[in-house]
Design a protein around this ligand. Structure first.
Ligand code: DC
Length: 227
């Protein structure tokens, strides 16, 4: 199979990363979690007592940040493994502000395009099909009801030992959806040529199979990858 670029966008906690990771494994290509990059900058701001809602101060941090996404989905910032830290509630509650700053987006989009330039990737985010990789071979817009997403995220947090209330998670998701989709630069929205996949009533495996079917229907056969 030739080089393939798959874009998976959608609102927070729609299960994009779980599905994207599994699809990448089947295709034998690299998975790139772009949300982790916005989270890393948010984490760095909080760690340095910079208010994430103060655009100029957050943008000033960029030259001090060396970000690395490893093949095993580990996130390193200035050589330190911050994979777990970027999932903390404080980061989740503030990341949408940081992701709305144009200078931050331009910086990260540049890195994202470079990562997808020379190899096959499955990249998930909010603006991958519309802005980062508009020529992606396959574009999926993965959605689920806010109630389903909140219940999934709540369960996930408890499994990771993060205490939280279901109603707080739902309120946070609604707020993030609003900020992500109403920002002026590269907002969350389906690309006109994307396939919308509602996973509210699907298992993870069913969602993965649905994405693989879209890829196959577009004429990409991963079983021939090494031919
Ligand atoms: O997918 P996630 O929840 O880890 O994303 C964290 C935040 O980053 C989310 O609120 C929106 C933002 N984001 C974005 O604006 N563009 C992307 N390509 C990926 C994430």
């Amino acid at each position: 199979m030739d080089k393939i670029v798959v874009a998976i966008d959608g609102p927070a906690a729609a299960g994009k990363s779980t599905v994207a990771k599994k699809v990448a494994k089947v295709l034998g290509c690299t998975y790139i979690d772009t949300g982790a990059m916005y989270r890393a900058i948010t984490y760095f701001a909080l760690k340095n007592n910079v208010n994430p809602q103060c655009e100029d101060d957050v943008v000033d941090l960029l030259p001090k940040i060396d970000l690395e996404l490893k093949a095993n989905s580990k996130v390193f910032l200035n050589g330190q493994d911050i994979t777990q830290d970027i999932r903390l509630p404080d980061v989740s509650q503030n990341v949408s502000y940081v992701a709305s700053y144009k200078a931050i987006r331009l910086h990260l989009v540049d890195l994202q395009r470079k990562m997808a330039n020379s190899k096959s990737v499955v990249m998930d985010g909010r603006d991958i099909g519309t802005y980062v990789l508009p020529n992606a071979d396959v574009k999926i817009f993965q959605v689920a009801s806010v109630e389903t997403r909140a219940a999934r995220r709540h369960k996930e947090n408890l499994q990771h030992g993060i205490k939280c209330k279901l109603e707080d998670i739902e309120a946070e998701l609604r707020k993030r959806d609003f900020i992500d989709s109403s920002r002026t630069f590269a907002p969350l929205k389906p690309a006109p040529d994307s396939v919308v996949l509602d996973t509210s009533d699907l298992t993870i495996d069913e969602a993965v199979q649905a994405v693989l079917k879209v890829i196959k229907d577009k004429g990409h056969d991963w079983s021939k990858r090494n031919e």
